[in-house]
Design a protein. Structure first.
Length: 276
């Protein structure tokens, strides 16, 4: 076995980010061949990823970014196992770099994002490598993107919750757009308005409304009417534009936007959260 010098170990560590002892072991097992040592470290990461597949990666970072002109945005969720790792600057930077790459490259979906190169390595491969480096299961679990006349992002402190909101036209006051993104974060609406609520959700709410009315002993001829009333309440409380505005509960979100611009409204939004 070739003698492994400290400088070689340090070089491999700088190249891979792996621990000193792991680098020394990899170089020893490959007789000092850097390429083979890197491959060995990657394989170690893959084995660790496989071994830890049953571990829950419920911590992590949710990062949302937008283009400078606010024409588009991207949001990703990078999971890990512990809050300690989730708060690590290197982990957050890795998540942010992935989100920025997603914004710039605009891949079709999560699998396509994992195939894109970041600093010369495929993102999916580097996520596996980080599992070996960090010693925890790391998982790139979500990717979403928006493209609208104006897109705003919001990341809640702690990086556990983030939103993207797309508007139908440019928003002159940045704070107005940010307020709506914060509304989505705080109130977790199911859709923009009642017209965009999935039919399956509507059917479920009507069924629940009917069942409650029956249990309350209401006359059979008004059961459907009561259910419709409960559905309308559901729309008011759970669709973004109809919700009470969190900074002024005397007006709705739609009314708040109209104070800024009579034609301003929300086209769509994305909201992703981790274990909160």
């Amino acid at each position: 076995m070739a003698e492994i010098k400290a400088a070689e170990v340090a070089k491999l560590r700088k190249m891979t980010g792996a621990g000193m002892m792991d680098c020394k072991k990899a170089l020893g097992e490959t007789n000092g061949n850097f390429e083979e040592a890197i491959d060995l470290l990657r394989k170690t990461g893959q084995k660790i990823a496989s071994k830890r597949a049953d571990r829950e990666a419920t911590e992590g970072a949710v990062i949302a970014v937008t283009a400078e002109d606010h024409s588009k945005g991207a949001l990703i969720a990078l999971n890990c196992e512990t809050d300690f790792v989730a708060k690590n600057d290197s982990f957050v930077k890795f998540a942010t770099d992935i989100a920025t790459t997603a914004l710039n490259q605009a891949p079709a979906d999560l699998d396509a994002l994992k195939d894109i190169e970041l600093d010369g390595k495929k993102i999916g491969d580097e996520v596996i490598n980080q599992t070996g480096v960090i010693g925890e299961k790391i998982d790139l679990s979500y990717f979403g993107k928006l493209s609208d006349p104006y897109v705003i992002s919001y990341i809640h402190p702690g990086n556990k919750l983030a939103t993207l909101v797309g508007f139908n036209k440019p928003v002159k006051d940045h704070q107005v757009a940010r307020d709506v993104a914060m509304q989505v974060a705080a109130m977790s609406p199911v859709s923009v308005n009642k017209d965009s609520v999935p039919q399956s959700v509507i059917d479920k709410e009507l069924e629940i409304g009917r069942e409650i009315a029956i249990q309350e002993g209401k006359p059979a001829n008004i059961i459907d009417k009561i259910a419709e009333g409960k559905l309308n309440k559901f729309f008011k409380e759970n669709t973004l534009l109809s919700q009470q505005f969190i900074k002024n509960n005397k007006i709705s979100v739609a009314e708040y936007l109209q104070q800024e611009d009579k034609e301003l409204t929300v086209n769509t939004f994305i909201r992703i959260t981790l274990n909160i």
